[in-house]
Design a protein around this ligand. Sequence first.
Ligand SMILES: [Zn+2]
Ligand SMILES: [Zn+2]
Ligand SMILES: [Zn+2]
Ligand SMILES: [Zn+2]
Length: 452
Amino acid sequence: MSEMKPEGTLLLTEKPFVCVLHSNQKVKRCDHCFESGNLSNCSLCDKVAYCSSKCEAEAWSIHKFECPNMKRISPKIVPDAVRMIARIIYKLKYCKGWETKGFYGSGRNEFRKFGDLESHYEDLQHDRKRLQDFLTLSRVLEDFMGENESLPPPSELLTIYGRLLINSFNIMDISMNTIGSGLYLGTSRFDHSCVPNAVAVFSGTIISIRLTKPIAQFDWSKVFVSYIDVLQPTSKRISELNKGYYFECRCEVCLDVKQLEHMLSMSCPNPKCSEPIYIPEDVQDKVPECPKCTNCGEQVTQSRLDSYLNALDFIEAQLDRMKQTSYLDVCQTSLRKTEGLFHPYNVYQLQILDSAFSAAIDLNHWTEAKEYGKKLIVGQKKYYGDIHPLLGQTLLKIVKILLLEEFEEEDEREIVRSYIDLAEKIVKICYGEDHSLYKEHVMSLLDNLLSL
Ligand SMILES: [Zn+2]
Ligand SMILES: [Zn+2]
Ligand SMILES: [Zn+2]
Ligand SMILES: [Zn+2]
């Protein structure tokens, strides 16, 4: 029986089949529930820590297999991906892993088992880079699991590896930073779209899938989440999905030419015109003449086009450099180059703004952070839509910054009010009113605002 499900509907909550806390979080978070707090180490291996004896006891059902190995290979640290595969092997072999069911619906047959997960075995066999990674990983795995434990035969191991690559999720903390990875059986049934209607959020290691858009005549096959960050040009998204998940995305934005043109656009040289002017990625081979604005007819000069292309080259190189850490000075230089040249919808400029925003916050440069954040919101709304956790995060951060200041003008108070209203709506829909992001963070901002 199909029914209408509104936005904000909680579709499922699920514990991970297996999960691993990333090793860079080891001293900060409990290895079992991923919460931070007062931790004490496992007395046997000293390599993982727990927030309580309850977590330690619950974790033991799987940690007991890896604990002696962690101790044996010390001071070497087991890489996260290796630990994850080892955990899957233990789970399958000793904890009835093959029979474990992950339900996505309440129907008797609405579940998935580990064996149901897509492995893309054939594709993997033709993927030289991943096969190479797999061989390296297998060697480390063998060393880690020790000689008393026989590894599954290579073809089975490759299937496990494939299922992990295709189906695992990054587990994120309350500020959307990745802190671990998890494999969820029921959740694995959702396909990808670059304009998803559902979102995965976490509370510790527990995943929830919630609708961000209503679905008339609900059916599980109508639910889509996004596997990648969609704030990148169509060609890059398609290639990331192709290389990572072995499919050709045919979602509505991947087929939408206008969207692509906006993502790669220059601002019109005519200051009175706000129309984006599309500059194709291979403009040099493609357009013999400089493009013209389709709205006001203004011609882009060769020197303007050259400056744009130079700035684009520069930015792409900087973004590549800043994959791990954002540097404020690099972002500032980049943004000076794009100013007046790149349209506010240009995704490369938006990526730099995103880095600049976090770097400025890290350094307590509030005025700059505020300025970057406001521009970022424009782009996030365009490409993520009004209801998206990352837009919610940006809004919450800006509100926090604005609340640090005294409002001089009444309209600043209005702006804060409109930001917090949208943030509240987003968090309610994407996380729900029971989530700590709502109960603690959003509520305390609302209280602060009322007390001003
Ligand atoms: Zn814990
Ligand atoms: Zn241990
Ligand atoms: Zn797509
Ligand atoms: Zn124009």
